[in-house]
Write a protein that binds this ligand. Structure first.
Ligand SMILES: *Cc1c(COP(=O)(O)O)cnc(C)c1O
Length: 363
């Protein structure tokens, strides 16, 4: 059982945050470190806030071992703004390759088409996005500006365990629903972005990690000032009032991960949690996982019971048993358990016990 009457919340996002991080935030909400005010109330130009921001960036750099030639940006607008910012900033030749693996890459593709030509280099649409297509021999046009992936499809429950061979082109990755869930070799990417409300903090902000040479002074005039990565980089993400609160909360989570063994240790915990659930689904004769085994996400686990009507009954029973947000996304149905970094192992164990009991009683 969780403290404070909190529930095991399997939401795909916004999602659970570590209990001890929430406790720290609660303790500091009236008076942050003797400043006489909460972080919500302080000037983003103040010394005390500057330190919060600087430590957040420094801790993220340590966690991900981010090379010096990459900038870390905190940009408002969450994930969806990045669908536009990426093509606006990186399409020099007006052409980019996208790998279509599900709902979020489709959104990115639709947005990029407003700014240039999109080549779908690989797709798993033929099997309802239940797998990651082979990306070892992609046909990439010589004038393509970048290759884009959604590294973990939150709705469809797939993950790239192997990055595509981009034939030397820039790799751009939406890591929203897997950010900080495992070690990441940043140097293999031109740009990584992540909406933070899946695996880190409150909604409304994205972390962008961009290689310095991709920052441009020569963007087309139509690009709004705020949508230019270089504006954020030149101003340490303080061009305008940033999402101070989200940066503060994310910074707390970065510190939490650092003192708990970093991303290696977190990856191990995530693998163990996911294995509990997948092992159960593999043995179950009532519930079935929706994704090809080798591409299964460690963060988002979609599964079905024998019928949509029974899916709804399981969801209702899970609610009555004290679990929340197990309903699958409306576009795919079924059930989905999102088990991000902050979902305790006990939460997954409790869910598996519940599902096992349900199967016994209803199969
Ligand atoms: C949630 C999500 C987004 C969109 O994020 P918003 O902050 O709601 O705009 C984009 N990509 C992925 C993979 C997501 O999970």
């Amino acid at each position: 059982m969780l403290k404070y009457g909190r529930t095991y919340n399997f939401s795909a996002g916004p999602a659970m945050m570590p209990e001890e991080v929430l406790e720290e935030i609660a303790a500091e909400v009236m008076n942050y470190h003797g400043s006489g005010m909460s972080v919500m109330e302080m000037s983003h130009r103040s010394k005390v806030y500057q330190q919060i921001r600087d430590e957040a960036e420094a801790d993220l750099r340590t966690l991900m071992n981010i090379p010096d030639n990459y900038k870390v940006l905190f940009v408002q607008g969450g994930g969806t703004v990045q669908f536009a910012m990426v093509p606006m900033n990186l399409m020099k030749n007006g052409k980019a390759c996208y790998i279509e693996t599900g709902a979020w890459s489709k959104k990115a593709i639709a947005e990029a088409k407003k700014y240039g030509e999109v080549v779908i280099s690989a797709s798993s649409a033929d099997k309802n996005f239940s797998y990651i297509p082979d990306c070892s021999a992609l046909d990439i046009p010589a004038d393509a500006d970048y290759v884009y992936i959604c590294e973990n499809e939150t709705i469809n429950g797939t993950t790239f365990f192997q990055l595509p061979d981009t034939k030397g082109k820039l790799l751009v990755s939406d890591q929203s629903s897997m950010f900080l869930s495992r070690p990441c070799d940043v140097s293999r990417y031109g740009l990584i972005w992540a909406g933070v409300q899946k695996n880190v903090g409150p909604a409304g902000m994205a972390v962008v990690i961009i290689r310095e040479d991709l920052l441009r002074d020569d963007l087309p005039a139509f690009v709004p000032t705020y949508m230019n990565y270089k504006v954020h980089a030149d101003n340490d993400s303080l061009y305008n009032t940033p999402n101070c609160w989200a940066i503060y909360c994310c910074g707390k989570v970065f510190k939490y991960l650092l003192r708990n063994g970093g991303l290696e240790a977190q990856a191990k915990r995530n693998e163990e949690k996911a294995k509990l659930l997948y092992d159960f689904l593999d043995k179950s004769e009532f519930f079935t996982g929706a994704v090809r085994k080798e591409d299964r996400s460690l963060m988002n686990v979609p599964f079905v019971s024998p019928s949509p009507a029974q899916d709804a009954e399981v969801v209702a029973a899970s609610k009555a048993a004290g679990f929340d947000n197990l309903k699958g996304h409306k576009s795919v149905g079924g059930l989905r358990a999102s088990i991000y970094n902050a979902m305790p192992r006990e939460g997954v164990e409790a869910l598996v016990n519940f599902l096992r009991k349900y199967e016994k009683e209803h199969a």
